[in-house]
Design a protein around this ligand. Sequence first.
Ligand SMILES: *[C@@H]1O[C@H](CO)[C@@H](O)[C@H](O)[C@H]1NC(C)=O
Length: 436
Amino acid sequence: MKLLLTFATLALAAVAAANQVQAPAKVVCYYDSKSYVRESQARMLPPDLEPALAFCTHLVYGYAGVQPDTFKMVSLNENLDIDTAHANYRTVTNFKSKYPQLKVLLSVGGDADVDEAAKYNLLLESPQARTAFVNSGVLLAEQHGFDGIDLAWQFPRIKPKKLRSGWGSFWHGVKKTFGTTPVDDKEAEHREGFTALVREMKAALNLKPHMQLAVTVLPNVNASVYHDVPSIINLVDFVNINAFDYYTPERNIKEADYTAPIYTPQNRNPLLNVDAAVNYWLHSGAPSNKIVLGISTKARTWKLDADSEIAGVPPLHADGPGEAGPYTKTEGVLSYPEVCMKLINPNHQKGMRPYLRKFTDPSKRFGTYAFRLPDDGGEPGLWVSYEDPDTAAQKAVYAKSKNLGGVSISDLSMDDFRELCTNNKYPILRAVKYRL
Ligand SMILES: *[C@@H]1O[C@H](CO)[C@@H](O)[C@H](O)[C@H]1NC(C)=O
């Protein structure tokens, strides 16, 4: 009898394990609606999303915001999102009729809401403000056919630290002197407020059929400060960890480095990488299948000058953000197609303009970079840390090896949605999907 029971238990365990393996991996596709107002090749309209949707389990529309006085969740651009001329909210949720597997969520925050950012903290401190936010958010989502809400909360960020020049001793020195100075002197209150917000949002969404709730951890938000994992993990459908932008030209003006390594490169802060971010959640008791690993399609670029080390190996001296790309037109940022078009390629006509040389990472731990040195004519150099289909696939392999719930792509508009690199649309998204 005992033996039989043991067998039965083992069989049940095996079935449970098989079920877990069979749960389809999530591919959460973020759509940054700001891409609607970019120019020429970077302008993305909702129909451009279609070739991606067969690969996505979720489409997340970014971003709604918080109205400063009322704390209501509102569209940040009603003309684009809601008014009948464009009605993008409705356009994206209508994709569900053609792609029935797709869940479409409305995301709030995500660094897109720049007007009075302190309101995100204030909201957490007040039960009345939370109620106003929750009620308006659920209504906004429901009225436009969304399947739920993603809280991409704009918490205060970890302060950037300098890495170079005797990093090891410098790091320890910093920790002793300033390491305990919080960026936010009400950390504990905001942590509790966020737990309450997640609980209240979940309760409100539960009153509607099939509404999902997700939490996105934005880059450089210290999850161990703001996220009480055991209290929130059972309330959410997934947690999306945006484990990238650890080093950016805005945060690290004089120093270029890998923006989103999987593991710690030598002599770097051991907490600023994908593996550390994921392990924080797993070690705090989150079931691995609730965790979604965020992959960025946005390259980060720095200008190189005469003081930059000519080997180009990171970390290296830089001189602020690299020049804006031809389409995305933002200093320090290039889309994946803008990078691929700058890479040295036998088909490019030589001598037209300086191209970038690409350096891959055979260890598959840190990522790819590309650069060119400044030239004698005074043209500055450029150093680029970016994700390409190969490194994105490595992250999908990592996610799979950790039994994570899936991966997310932030965002579709910076992937090559026009086939400018190869004759495939969305090569980063595809590479990820095929590895899950
Ligand atoms: C995050 O906060 C914890 C304290 O809760 C601290 O030990 C850790 O160093 C912080 N992480 C970073 C990357 O600053």
